[in-house]
Design a binder for this molecule. Structure first.
Ligand code: HEC
Ligand code: HEC
Ligand code: HEC
Ligand code: HEC
Length: 457
């Protein structure tokens, strides 16, 4: 092959590679505003077909009666969020979560099969917080997600790590660089729609709250910051938003004037809330989970994977074309704070080397959540001193029927004894005392009364 043909091949190859980034015509356009205003959306039917195929909602198992049968919290030991469900419904949620997040790996992706109640895998710890995050989105971000809402599938789509997440971009290495700071420019990245704009608008706008805008707000300088850099960063975010939703700028702007809200489509307001929501999820849920994740899940700067518009939208104006999946999973629509109240409402357990005080829910004889950890120091003492004995007293509240209350107090004491014996202490060393009535409380149910005290003698 002569040098000439070689260079021809190289040129051809370069041209094909460059053009591969462009979309092949013909494309369709849809008019969205008055004629002549240029308010048009451009669609490529071939891209559309691919995106549509990837954004179908999975089949749902219809909800059952959430109150039917025994409650999950009476059977399982560590269910602060879903314990109020009947067991059948609880199981339906577990099956759904598995299908949404870890269909290949199955239940054991989050659970140690030998002890389902234990939180030994980080995935379970993260999943519990994710349930709260999903509830928070659905209950508190209605201005964005409306009644459509989200489920785990909206982001996860059958993958443990959602397809679209982001990490902080490493800063430019300036040591061997005499061009100066490029501010991340001219490095075409997907995050700015492959343009040569400054990259990482996510850290600025979806984690930080830098003002979004171009140009100055007033004619004369009044101390505001409005630089070319800020303008480019704003455009970077806008490219990401268009790209994530598979739309043009005209989907949210009347391009007569990008700044003004007047005459802009209502979608711009929804998007405004979306920016705040993404920021809230990243700061309130994902960043605080950083320590829970193993190192191989963290980004180059040691930060956790975070959410942007594409995490939910994945190329479509409404995730999954607005399929209403969430309404079949009512627990995911509950306000996280109300669920937390069910779990909390109790004083923290008292945990000392020779004394533990553990609290129980109304009518419950199960140690839930934090309460189960209140025996750790006491068990350590018993293991270290083979002669020591533990004595357990169950208390019951003064309200309600005496016989039933005494039985409940006894059940609670037995549960605590079982926990101590399960930790390897001989049953003979654990003594049950008679149930005792706690001080009466005029205001009715008193969480502090529903307790078991254990002391080492
Ligand atoms: C993506 C993570 C995840 C997957 C996968 C998962 N679970 Fe769970 N599971 C949880 C979380 C989180 C809890 C605690 C719920 C709460 O806090 O109320 C839990 C609790 C449980 C419990 C209660 C255990 C106890 O004693 O406290 C059972 C039983 C259970 N899951 C069964 C299953 C089964 C069966 C599957 C597979 C079909 C499954 N789980 C798949 C996250 C998961
Ligand atoms: C708004 C988007 C979003 C929603 C909704 C969401 N997640 Fe996540 N999830 C994430 C992101 C982002 C991560 C971090 C990715 C990683 O693991 O590095 C994550 C991580 C996880 C992980 C850890 C996976 C791993 O292998 O590291 C589990 C488990 C999980 N989510 C479960 C759930 C469950 C269960 C639900 C529904 C109750 C849910 N998620 C809802 C965005 C979401
Ligand atoms: C999904 C809706 C959406 C799309 C698509 C979108 N924008 Fe925006 N844009 C917004 C919102 C919302 C704001 C205001 C953000 C804020 O103030 O928090 C905004 C702000 C702006 C601003 C700043 C105006 C000012 O106040 O100075 C410019 C410029 C802009 N967009 C340009 C564009 C361009 C160019 C595109 C196409 C590449 C685009 N936008 C695509 C929603 C959108
Ligand atoms: C937690 C998931 C999630 C994230 C993250 C998210 N969205 Fe949304 N978005 C939704 C859901 C769900 C809807 C559908 C609401 C409805 O049915 O009206 C929606 C609707 C919208 C709409 C209205 C579409 C229409 O035609 O009415 C716009 C615009 C939008 N999102 C923009 C954004 C932008 C911009 C971002 C990033 C800053 C973003 N979204 C991030 C879940 C999300």
């Amino acid at each position: 092959m002569s040098a000439r043909t070689t260079s021809l091949w190289v040129a051809l190859l370069a041209a094909t590679t460059l053009l591969a980034g462009c979309e092949r015509p013909p494309v369709d356009s849809v008019q969205r505003g008055f004629r002549g205003t240029g308010m048009e959306l451009v669609y490529n039917p071939r891209t559309e077909a691919r995106v549509a195929a990837a954004n179908q909602a999975p089949l749902v198992t219809p909800p059952g009666d959430s109150d039917a049968g025994p409650k999950a919290k009476d059977i399982y030991k560590n269910v602060p969020l879903l314990g109020h469900l009947g067991v059948a419904e609880f199981t339906r949620y577990m099956a759904a979560i598995t299908e949404w997040v870890s269909p290949q790996e199955g239940c054991n992706y989050c659970h140690d099969p030998a002890n389902m109640g234990e939180d030994s895998k980080y995935t379970k710890v993260v999943a519990r917080r994710m349930i709260e995050m999903t509830q928070h989105v659905n209950a508190d971000w209605k201005p964005h997600v409306a009644n459509t809402g989200v489920t785990c599938y909206t982001c996860h789509r059958g993958k443990a790590v959602p397809l679209q997440v982001w990490f902080k971009a490493p800063p430019q290495d300036l040591k061997s660089n005499f061009i100066g700071d490029r501010y991340g420019q001219n490095a075409p990245m997907q995050m700015v729609g492959l343009s040569s704009l400054t990259y990482d608008p996510y850290s600025l706008y979806l984690l930080g709250d830098q003002t979004i805008g171009i140009g100055a707000a007033t004619a004369l300088p009044t101390g505001h910051v409005a630089s070319i850099l800020h303008t480019e960063q704003t455009y970077g975010l806008m490219m990401h938003m268009s790209d994530s939703l598979g739309v043009n700028c005209t989907y949210c702007h009347n391009t007569r004037n990008f700044k003004t809200w007047e005459g802009a489509p209502p979608q711009r307001t929804t998007a405004w809330h979306g920016i705040r929501m993404a920021r809230d999820l990243n700061n309130g849920y994902l960043e605080p989970l950083t320590k829970s994740f193993p190192a191989n899940r963290l980004g180059p700067l040691g930060d956790v994977a975070k959410v942007n518009c594409a995490t939910c939208h994945q190329g479509v104006y409404k995730p999954l074309y607005g399929a209403q999946m969430a309404k079949n999973y009512p627990v995911l629509l509950e306000s996280a704070s109300s669920a937390a109240k069910v779990a909390d409402g109790l004083p923290p357990p008292m945990s000392e080397p020779t004394r533990s005080v553990l609290y129980f829910g109304v009518g419950s004889s199960t140690l839930e959540g934090e309460q189960a950890k209140g025996l750790i120091l006491l068990i350590a003492t018993l293991s270290a001193k083979p002669a020591a004995k533990a004595s357990i007293s169950g208390y019951h509240s003064a309200s309600g029927e005496l016989a039933a209350n005494q039985q409940l107090a006894k059940d609670r004491a037995v549960k605590v004894r079982d926990s101590i014996v399960a930790a390897g202490i001989a049953p003979a060393r654990v003594v049950l005392d008679k149930p005792l009535q706690a001080e009466a409380n005029l205001s009715g149910e008193e969480p502090a009364a529903r307790r078991v005290e254990v002391s080492v003698k």
